[in-house]
Write a protein that binds this ligand. Structure first.
Ligand SMILES: C[S@@+](CC[C@H](N)C(=O)[O-])C[C@H]1O[C@@H](n2cnc3c(N)ncnc32)[C@H](O)[C@@H]1O
Ligand code: SF4
Length: 357
């Protein structure tokens, strides 16, 4: 016998999907989320893309020879410019492993706001590759050499800091921020990280690990990396400190609505990521449906305007507002919250202040 509460929830969900499809049929994506490679020079235990248990999967599923080459990437990016995209989020794997990154970003430079995520290991010696980025997030999971342990490679902390300095001196227009992934090992160190980022003079973002959602591709393994998820009480305490610091004027990226979501451990929120974001686009051009977890198209074979009209795209996009995966990524949440009153003028101001400094 069907639980009546479940039946009601399912019916409301279906209604919501129907309403969304009718009301939002003209919504088109304007943000690219692109994993330019899944190769990485690190293998961080918590990582859902290129961590130790992903390495073999990646070699089979996304071998280097399957990656789009420079010409294909540039052609894809030119399509995005023509289609009026506004934001490109470029990550990996480690994007600085692509020698052609600078050329790729040059295509977008005058048209899109470009955010690059890097582990910083190669940043000092390859700083030219990020010269066209608007904004660069360098991962920093601890305010000292514990970072090397969390990133499983000695020297990573020192090199990330040297990379940040190199960007500041060589390409001062690129706005640098740091991103801390909050795991069991560093959840107690959030206040220290806030102080460290302040001394460094950069904004800081925090995110707890997430294992459902945008990068859940088919059978991508994540059993081992998921062991790094801290307990709810520890996460809540850490995010209370983050919220208090943000309220006190520290340069912390993320809305109050996002901090509250994490503190209260609310399971889900209406998500607009799948309608506004093209991606994750994998290195071979596959586009993953974050809700379906399967490949819903390929940018090599289908032009972007046609891809977003396909049934697979539309179904994934329409399911966003009732998605219950509850991704814990400030970017995804705040993109969605920005459509609602939960994202307040204060939040918009806070974002602006964090970036402008
Ligand atoms: C996937 S990495 C790619 C870019 C680059 N290699 C780096 O480490 O910054 C981008 C960010 O995602 C974070 N990340 C990795 N696995 C995660 C997970 N399971 N949940 C949340 N964030 C994760 C990383 O710590 C990093 O800050
Ligand atoms: S450096 Fe980035 S992509 Fe590589 S394993 Fe670590 S978090 Fe994942």
């Amino acid at each position: 016998m069907i639980d009546p509460r479940f039946a009601l929830k399912a019916a409301l969900g279906a209604l919501d999907v129907a309403r969304t499809m009718v009301l939002r049929k003209d919504d088109r994506p304007f943000i690219l989320n692109h994993l330019v490679t899944v190769r990485c020079n690190l293998a961080c235990p918590h990582c859902y893309v290129s961590g130790p248990e992903q390495v073999e999967f990646n070699k089979v599923r996304f071998p280097r020879k399957s990656e789009m080459n420079t010409e294909e990437m540039c052609a894809f990016y030119r399509q995005l410019v023509a289609a009026g995209f506004k934001i490109a989020i470029v990550l990996g794997g480690e994007p600085l492993l692509r020698d052609d990154l600078g050329r790729l970003l040059e295509v977008l430079r005058d048209h899109l706001y470009i955010t690059v995520f890097s582990n910083g290991y190669l940043l000092e010696e390859r700083v030219e590759l990020v010269q066209h980025a608007t904004n660069l997030f360098v991962s920093l999971d601890a305010p000292d050499e514990q970072h090397d342990v969390l990133r499983a490679r000695p020297g990573t902390f020192r090199r990330a800091l040297a990379g940040i300095e190199a960007v500041r001196s060589r390409h001062p227009k690129v706005k640098v921020a740091v991103n801390m992934t909050v795991t069991t090992a560093n959840v107690q160190r959030v206040p220290e990280m806030i102080a460290f980022a302040k001394r460094l003079g950069v904004p800081v973002a925090f995110q707890p690990p997430t294992y459902d959602g945008q990068f859940t591709l088919d059978d991508r393994p994540h059993q081992v990396s998921a062991q790094n998820v801290p307990g709810a009480a520890d996460v809540a305490e850490a995010f209370r400190a983050i919220r208090a610091a943000a309220d006190g004027g520290e340069r912390i990226i993320g809305s109050r609505a996002f901090f509250d979501l994490v503190i209260e451990n609310r399971p889900a929120y209406p998500c607009f990521y799948p309608s506004y974001v093209l991606g994750p686009v994998m290195p071979n051009g596959d586009v993953v449906g974050c809700i379906s977890g399967g490949v819903i198209g390929n940018v090599r074979t289908t032009p972007v305007p046609a891809l977003v009209k396909t049934v697979a795209w539309q179904a994934n996009a329409a399911a966003g507002p009732s998605c219950a995966k509850g991704c814990r990524d400030w970017g995804i949440h705040d993109l969605s919250a920005a459509r609602s009153r939960r994202f307040r003028l204060d939040d918009a101001k806070r974002y602006a202040a964090a970036f402008v400094g």
